[in-house]
Write a protein that binds this ligand. Structure first.
Ligand code: URP
Ligand code: ZN
Ligand code: ZN
Ligand code: ZN
Length: 454
């Protein structure tokens, strides 16, 4: 065997047990107590948790947005990922009008083949059907393992928004292909109207980013998406759910038997809209914005009870000077925050403090993501799966700071957050890539994850 991880507590979505994990050829070869195997490398994991690497279903590396490009390149973003226990990212390349899906994805693949420090998959953001050509091309994309596509119902001025007709066509086409449509749901007209009103009144601080798109603005679009998908009998995946009313509509649809997947993000679980009143409120500007406590409580409740399917980051950091463009006008703040290195440690800290179970964290950060998005070799500590493994020390204290992150940004919304418990090692297909604070992998180690479809 290549590697033997001895004596740890293996955590799966359905339970935890003490076992050794043997790895060969980059795959998990055996799991059991006192495995009678010899290995080139033996790691003592006694007293530690042995977890599957997380799959961050939502990242934006080097994404053109708001007049700039998000601060993490594919190299720094995937390096940060493994240092936080994420072994696969799903990036969101955005189609420029007129561009083909495969042309876009292949251009990203070229960069990632050289730079990726973790494995990677793509949800392709479709902004234009190119007169219907994209609906045809989706079939080929699915065969090449791109089995999910995203629509933005917002970002009109950025040229990324699609209308309800396009959303409907995409939902129907996805149903034919066994693919999934991911949706960013907020109401663009309400946002425009409210933004115009606040700017006219001279209300320009970061707080008005929230006020221009509060709970009901997200809820309207969540409900619309659920309505379309339910009536068309098409599965749908709502990204970055942040409001209670929209969440409740999703829960009702699930209870009626519709396949509505819900993703939320650590920032909505940790922060409320009050952050926008802080002097550095602009650093927290993302869309949808953080909401009130009532929504946050509803997210935690749904997370515990199983109505939230995944937790992913929406990692899209910008530098301080770029956030500062919006000091006197919230509409000029590039939208997005950091998170890829914080997802798993944050969620595991919640488990360590008893707020949620470790099994549930594994389920929403790894197992469900792999299942929903067709990563058949990922998402669990099980024989035959890729040996994407995180060793976690429940007793290690860690304070998040921009100084101990492995990204290329210059500030983080997570600065000062104290965590009890932290990952100490990450293995990518059996190779050590993170070791006690240090990235020890190599750019280019990451591989493309070709996904299966329904
Ligand atoms: O503010 C955000 N979330 N920026 C990234 C793009 C998106 O909406 O997902
Ligand atoms: Zn979004
Ligand atoms: Zn209806
Ligand atoms: Zn996003």
């Amino acid at each position: 065997m290549e590697l033997l991880i001895k004596g740890g507590t293996v955590v799966t979505a359905s339970g935890s047990f003490e076992a050794d994990v043997a790895v060969d050829g980059g795959k998990i070869a055996a799991i059991g107590k006192n495995l009678p195997v010899t290995a080139n490398q033996v790691v003592d994991a006694s007293g530690r948790l042995v977890l599957p690497g997380a799959l961050d279903a939502h990242t934006h590396m080097a994404m053109p947005f708001g007049g700039t490009v998000s601060a993490d390149s594919y190299l720094s973003g995937t390096r940060a990922a493994v240092c936080g226990g994420v072994t696969t990212i799903f990036d969101y390349p955005v189609q420029h009008k007129g561009e083909t899906i495969l042309g876009l994805v292949n251009s990203k693949k070229e960069i990632l083949e050289r730079d990726a420090c973790c494995d990677y998959a793509f949800h392709c953001c479709i902004t234009d059907l190119n007169g219907g050509e994209i609906l045809d091309e989706m079939a080929q994309a699915v065969e090449e393992g791109i089995t999910s596509f995203k629509c933005f119902l917002v970002y009109k001025k950025e040229g990324m928004m699609v209308d309800d007709g396009t959303l409907t066509r995409l939902l129907l086409r996805a149903r034919e292909l066994g693919a999934l449509i991911n949706v960013h749901a907020e109401n663009p007209d309400l946002i425009d109207l409210r933004t115009e009103m606040y700017l006219k009144e001279g209300k320009t601080s970061a707080w008005y980013h929230y006020m221009s798109r509060p709970e009901f603005v997200e809820a309207e679009a969540d409900k619309r998406v659920v309505h379309w998908a339910s009536h068309l009998e098409t599965p749908v995946y709502l990204v970055h759910m942040a409001d209670k009313e929209g969440l409740e509509a999703c829960i009702r649809a699930k209870e009626e038997g519709h396949t509505v997947y819900v993703e939320t993000c650590p920032q909505y679980l940790e922060f409320t809209c009050d952050v926008y009143k802080r002097p550095d409120g602009r650093n927290f500007v993302c869309s949808p914005p953080m909401k009130g406590k009532e929504s946050q409580d509803a997210l935690w409740t749904a997370l515990k009870s199983g109505f939230i399917d995944t937790v992913a980051t929406d990692h899209c950091p910008f530098q301080s000077y770029e956030k500062d463009w919006g000091k006197d006008d919230f509409t000029k703040i590039p939208n997005g925050c950091a998170g890829v290195e914080n997802l798993y440690p944050y969620m595991l800290d919640a488990a360590n403090s008893g707020k949620i179970s470790f099994e549930r964290v594994v389920e929403v950060c790894a197992t469900n993501v792999a299942k929903i998005f067709g990563c058949d070799n990922k998402g669990a500590i099980a024989v035959g799966k890729d040996a994407d493994i995180v060793i976690y020390d429940k007793d290690k204290d860690f304070t998040i700071s921009v100084k101990n992150m492995h990204s290329d940004y210059d500030h983080t919304i997570w600065e000062g957050k104290k965590l009890h418990g932290y990952p100490v090692q990450t293995y990518l297909r059996g190779k050590l890539v993170y070791d006690n604070g240090n990235f020890v992998g190599k750019p280019g180690m990451g591989q493309y994850v070709k996904r299966s479809h329904k």
